[in-house]
Design a protein around this ligand. Structure first.
Ligand code: ADP
Ligand code: ADP
Ligand code: MG
Length: 504
């Protein structure tokens, strides 16, 4: 490996994931951290660490100048941006390259070409990749939008050209609501991305979000690593991802793979990226956007292909040829990822910030946990409240669902409310078992998925922890039926019914 030391321009589980790949490749890792992250897992695991500023992302993880200064001072020769934060910032990629660092990702030009959803749509049309019918004229006034929407037909989706994270999107059912939706989408997009341009797409009802992982080297080699099904979404944000998609047939899968490779070739793409498609109930698919980075849900692809995407990112950044051809890559078994969040499903999914007294991730065959936190950490208001990604792998989808339900039932988080029960309810739903979940499913079945009883009180949690501590156990992991084995002591496991583990 030609790289000696890598700047990891991120935090949390993704920083930990990259550090792990660096270690396997013999690359030293230089991590950055903000004032509130001094004891974070990624700081403990990196070879070198650099404080870059206050908690607010603008002063730390979004600060390009500080990142470059650290990379120089540390003597790094490459930078990995992870996902989120600066990962899709072409200016950062350009600044890194100008400072002599290798960017472990696509070129700044490819990032710019795909950075605007409207510019990307135009490029994709030219490359023969189907896009959702829509309207995107820069100089259009509201009247032009209303006229265009009438042509396309309702429902219509207003989207932000610079969008991401589901922001700046409005579904509009009828013409009279369009001007107001345009105004509020522009406001939200302006605040979130500093770019208030919006465009229209036909809103595809009963849709599946299916995305294709691509990987390209600097010698013209481009392959796809099959699909991820990400239709379990709340407010256009992914909750559960899996591969293969239970919805695709072989013909559509092959066509989408080819379209994603064509999309990557159209922008001279190098490194790992994801082409996102929306698929209607008839199996017709349309380009949504390309994410020019590693994706949160990349582990499901790693599980079914047996490949290490982060290591491959370093290899192609170093100028290596892809070590395989398309026909060498296959999808085996079934993988599912759940995003475990510190959030209160019963309270409109409000982030549940505060101390995470105990976090005991599940263990077992076919279970992988990617996390950036550990017991005693504080879930901060400043960052994404994700606690961990729990990924399972099994021989088929039914077995993977069973394994995930078991893994979640054995996941212990004390001190904070999580979406664990919500995830378990979703996995247990007959629609999920049958593979019928479309992008609307979660939002339209929220009542059935939100846990009825409120989570255990803090007092009960502390008593629980204390009870285990007094018993002198080395592990406080409660198991199914813990209430009876704890019978000789006061056991909050038996009183706090909503928390009992292994419950069906
Ligand atoms: P994906 O399709 O990979 O889920 P998202 O667009 O949802 O991509 O964003 C990826 C992740 O990056 C999010 O889950 C979040 O943790 C993080 N993220 C997104 N935007 C920001 C941001 N502005 N600042 C910090 N983290 C962000
Ligand atoms: P973001 O940049 O926020 O990820 P995307 O364009 O990828 O934006 O869309 C996010 C989600 O919104 C999709 O996964 C899908 O659920 C929904 N969505 C986007 N475009 C459409 C559309 N034209 N019709 C129906 N749903 C859509
Ligand atoms: Mg997207």
């Amino acid at each position: 490996m030609i790289f000696r030391k890598c700047l990891i321009a991120n935090r949390g589980e993704i920083a930990v994931r990259i550090i792990r790949a660096c270690r396997e490749l013999g690359i030293q890792s230089a991590a950055v951290y903000s004032e509130v992250d001094a004891h974070a897992l990624h700081v403990q695991q990196a070879d070198e660490v650099y404080l870059i500023g206050a908690a607010s992302p603008a002063e730390s993880y979004l600060n390009i100048d500080k990142m470059i200064a650290v990379a120089r001072a540390a003597g790094c020769d490459c930078v990995h941006p992870g996902y989120g934060f600066l990962s899709e910032n072409a200016d950062f990629a350009a600044a890194a390259t100008a400072s002599g660092l290798t960017w472990v990702g696509p070129s700044a030009d490819a990032m710019r070409a795909m950075g605007s959803k409207t510019a990307a749509r135009t490029l994709m049309q030219q490359a023969g990749v189907p896009v959702v019918p829509g309207f995107q004229r820069e100089d259009a006034d509201d009247e032009a939008f209303v006229a265009a929407a009438a042509n396309i037909g309702y429902p219509i989706l207003v989207k932000a050209a610079g969008g991401g994270g589901g922001k700046g999107m409005r579904v509009v059912q009828q013409a009279q609501d369009l001007p107001e939706a345009l105004a509020s989408a522009r406001r939200e997009a302006g605040n979130a991305f500093g770019d208030s341009r919006v465009f229209l797409e036909k809103y595809i009802e009963s849709a599946h979000h299916v995305e294709i992982q691509v990987l390209a080297d600097t010698h013209g080699g481009v392959v796809h690593l099959f699909e991820r099904e990400c239709s379990s979404q709340r407010r256009h944000q992914k909750i559960i991802e899996e591969s293969p998609s239970p919805f695709l047939d072989e013909v559509t899968r092959a066509k989408m793979g080819a379209a994603a490779v064509a999309a990557a070739q159209a922008v001279g793409y190098v490194n790992a990226g994801t082409v996102e498609f929306i698929v209607n109930s008839e199996g017709a698919f349309y380009f949504l956007e390309m994410n020019t980075r590693l994706q949160v849900e990349h582990p499901v692809t790693e599980m079914v292909t047996g490949l290490d995407l982060v290591k491959l990112q370093f290899q192609v950044a170093a100028g290596d040829h892809l070590p395989f051809k398309q026909e060498d890559i296959s999808q085996r078994g079934h993988a599912i990822e759940c995003r475990l969040y510190a959030e209160d499903a019963a309270n409109n999914f409000l982030p549940a910030v505060g101390p995470l007294l105990q976090f005991i991730p599940p263990l077992g065959p076919g279970i992988r946990v990617d996390t950036g936190v550990q017991s005693g950490d504080v879930i901060s208001i400043h960052y994404d409240p994700m606690i961990a990604k729990i990924i399972v792998y099994a021989v088929d989808r039914t077995a993977a669902i069973q394994r995930m339900r078991t893994a979640l039932s054995q996941t212990v988080t004390l001190g904070t409310i999580t979406n664990r029960e919500f995830l378990m309810a979703l996995l247990a739903h007959p629609a999920f078992a049958s593979g019928d979940v479309d992008t609307h499913f979660v939002d339209s079945h929220l009542d059935a998925l939100i846990p009825a009883s409120s989570p255990m009180s803090d007092t009960a949690l502390i008593a629980a922890a204390l009870g285990d501590f007094l018993r002198g156990e080395t592990s406080v992991q409660p198991v199914a039926g813990a209430a009876s084995t704890n019978g000789d002591l006061y056991s909050p496991w038996s009183v706090a019914d909503s928390f009992r583990l292994g419950k069906r």
